[in-house]
Design a protein around this ligand. Sequence first.
Ligand code: ZN
Length: 147
Amino acid sequence: MTRLAITLALLLGTSTVFANCTFELEVGDSLEFSVKTIDVGADCAEVTIDLTHTGSLPASAMGHNWVLSLDADLQDVATAGISAGLDGDYVPAGDARVIAATKIIGGGESTSITFSVEGLSAAETYTYFCSFPGHWAVMKGSFRVAG
Ligand code: ZN
């Protein structure tokens, strides 16, 4: 994949020879991410998540965010996030189990986050989810880094 991308970049004469480390995700007025699996290339030191809410409901009713944790921590992080409230983006402040998190957005809004993946392990199972109360049980996807 990476070699192919580099070959294509050379063939096309572009200067970009790095794997794509930016992922575009859409959410709407339902409990679903448009992307269910994110595979991070081996040459990505950082990953950027661009999250767009294409729905029409406000953040207070159908807010979504993108939170990354170990799969084993998902339920505890999501539960702890409830008390943070909408003002705290439903993410527990200063919680080391939260690897990355965007703010909560409503319909018509978008947000972005860039974070380092150098400390993450291919041997671990990571899950991204929306921490809006009640969403995390179904609104999630798997996040994998290369070994
Ligand atoms: Zn949500």
